[in-house]
Design a binder for this molecule. Structure first.
Ligand code: F0G
Length: 546
């Protein structure tokens, strides 16, 4: 055996013909395949080339060619789903007028149907007047526009000087905010971050967009999640006591409170209706606007229906309406629960705490949108994309779709768990998160890069997972690593919608098991490039230390 990589390659090869798996699931899927795409390479291709390909990509999963993945591509559930025939048909009907195309009106109407009638433009207004819907080409473009315009609007109140945090803040929270401020000093004295944007947990792009404007993104995951309480049904919740403490003593620092449903950074875990309602009450009591990051709104609603008392007989649609009644605004990537391959939006309620506080916001946002994306009636998307999104929003709240979708992720998680792999339990709605700290029990590898080693080996095994842990969320201050606070250290397997069958996912689970069984042999990696960069996991290159 030449080295550890050769060892793993030989193990992967020996598992290509596993013992017979009895058919485990008798319930037929509520759809059938309408198109398939044959892979361009095979799992049997375990020669030296796979290793070379992975090394050529600097062991970085984002830089690895997708057509060289013979197994499951679980890098993201974003824009990676298979569209329905209805969506493809809708795309053909899309018209490409430069302004006010048909898809725009259809999407506007569908937003109100999906998220509730209060997201419809107020009756009596003309097209373009106080529209709640701002279209963007994807979620992060909406985030970028939102936080750019917000930062500009906040400057209207005068540039706040760096000011110490108030003594009233619970000490633990105070330490966490100071910890976050440390690597983000502004370019000029007195330009240190002043504003704080709390959330149950921000996604990495949201966090990046907030930090880029020298505001502090602050995660307040609930204590049950931090304690790893597997019996708690809503581990995506926000810590309400911490939110209350923050707003009671630092209200002027908080222009908006966010809640991400489901909580992607926190294990794809759902947020309860009770938690949404309480965040609403607390923010209202302090007159602070409340926004939702709605990427996986339908999956979250499914969990509320299944797990929260009083919702078992409710339709998914009515649960979604109730969730969004609470918010002053939301942003969404249609690449998730829009079931589309591209698209995003920001929706702002016309009469809300937000518009009251920032009356010029909508107009400024429209200017920003026109300069960066296009006219508000297409926002960086082709007319046909708008039609596909509207159609996707009609499908995503169907019970039989959500049952299938979330159960599939759950079965994948169950399999990993039964194989002994430490994961965040119960399974989230869109992904399984492997707990890297527990995976490497007793190991002695360079701590912050263990997740990267694991994803590199999985890529050699033929499956693409993603490190969302110490490397993705940590930072390097020039001397040492600053781990995320609270600590997050996962490797995520995100399941694309309507794209894979169970056996594909079970194959990926077996590859994880194989690596787990020999975890003491997993080679360390070193960073060759990019350790000190922002958003470094997208760009870094690594090599194995053998
Ligand atoms: N918010 C959340 C909760 C997300 O999960 C994402 C994307 C975004 C915002 C940004 O949306 O990709 O359309 O710009 N998440 C993907 C993921 C990329 O893999 O989890 P986007």
């Amino acid at each position: 055996m030449k080295d550890a990589i050769d060892f793993f390659i030989s193990r992967f090869r020996s598992h290509l013909d596993p013992p017979h798996e009895p058919a485990a699931y008798f319930r037929p899927r509520p759809y059938r395949n309408a198109a398939v795409s044959f892979r361009k390479c095979s799992l049997a291709d375990f020669d030296e080339r796979r290793r070379t390909l992975v090394e050529e990509a600097g062991l970085n999963v984002f830089l690895f060619r997708a057509d060289r993945i013979p197994g499951c591509d679980l890098l993201s559930d974003s824009g990676t789903g298979t569209m329905t025939m209805e969506q493809w048909a809708a795309m053909l009907l899309g018209d490409e007028a430069y302004g006010s195309n048909e898809g725009y009106f259809e999407l506007k109407e569908q937003i109100a149907r999906t998220f509730g009638p209060s997201w419809r433009q107020r009756p009596g207004l003309r097209t373009g007047e106080h529209e709640p819907l701002f279209i963007f080409h994807q979620g992060r473009a909406a985030e970028n526009a939102f936080f750019s315009v917000l930062a500009r609007e906040l400057r209207r109140f005068g540039a706040p000087q760096a000011k110490p945090l108030s003594g009233g803040l619970v000490p633990e929270l105070r330490t966490r905010i100071e910890h976050r401020m440390r690597p983000m000093r502004g370019p000029v004295a007195g330009d240190a971050p002043f504003y704080v944007i709390p959330s149950n947990s921000h996604f990495d792009t949201t966090e990046g967009n907030i930090a880029d404007k020298l505001m502090v993104p602050l995660n307040l995951p609930c204590p049950e999640h931090l304690a790893g309480d597997e019996s708690f049904p809503f581990r995506g919740n926000m810590d309400l006591a911490e939110l209350e403490s923050l707003l009671a003593s630092e209200r002027e620092r908080v222009p908006v409170v966010y809640l991400t449903v489901t909580n992607n950074t926190g294990g794809g875990q759902p947020v309860s209706m009770e938690n949404i309602r309480r965040v609403r009450e607390i923010t209202r009591a302090h007159d602070v606007p409340f926004f939702i990051d709605a990427c996986r709104f339908a999956e979250n609603a499914w969990f509320i229906r299944r797990r929260e008392p009083g919702y078992a007989d409710r339709s998914i649609e009515s649960i979604v309406h109730e969730m969004f009644e609470n918010a002053d605004g939301f942003h969404i990537s249609f690449k998730k629960d829009g079931l589309a391959n591209i698209g995003g939006a920001l929706c702002i309620r016309e009469e809300s705490a937000f518009t009251k506080r920032f009356p010029k916001f909508a107009n400024e946002l429209t200017d920003y949108q026109i300069m960066t994306e296009g006219h508000p009636t297409y926002g960086g998307l082709a007319g046909r994309d708008l039609r596909a999104i509207a159609e996707g929003l009609r499908t995503v709240t169907r019970r039989e779709y959500l049952d299938l979708r979330i159960r599939q992720v759950e079965r994948f998680g169950d399999r990993l768990r039964r194989l002994g792999i430490p994961t965040i339990n119960p399974a989230g709605g869109h992904a399984i998160y492997i707990d890297v700290d527990r995976f490497f029990d007793g190991g002695s590898r360079d701590e912050d890069l263990r997740g990267v080693s694991l994803t590199a080996l999985l890529l050699i095994a033929g499956h693409r997972f993603c490190e969302l842990g110490l490397y993705a969320f940590g930072a390097f201050d020039g001397v040492r690593e600053i781990p995320p606070e609270p600590r997050v250290n996962n490797v995520r397997a995100a399941v694309p919608r309507l794209a894979y069958e169970d056996r594909d996912l079970l194959a990926a689970a077996e590859a994880v098991k194989l690596i787990y069984d020999h975890r003491d042999r997993i080679p360390a990696v070193r960073v060759e490039y990019g350790r000190d960069l922002k958003l470094r996991h997208f760009k870094s290159r690594y090599s194995f230390v053998l």
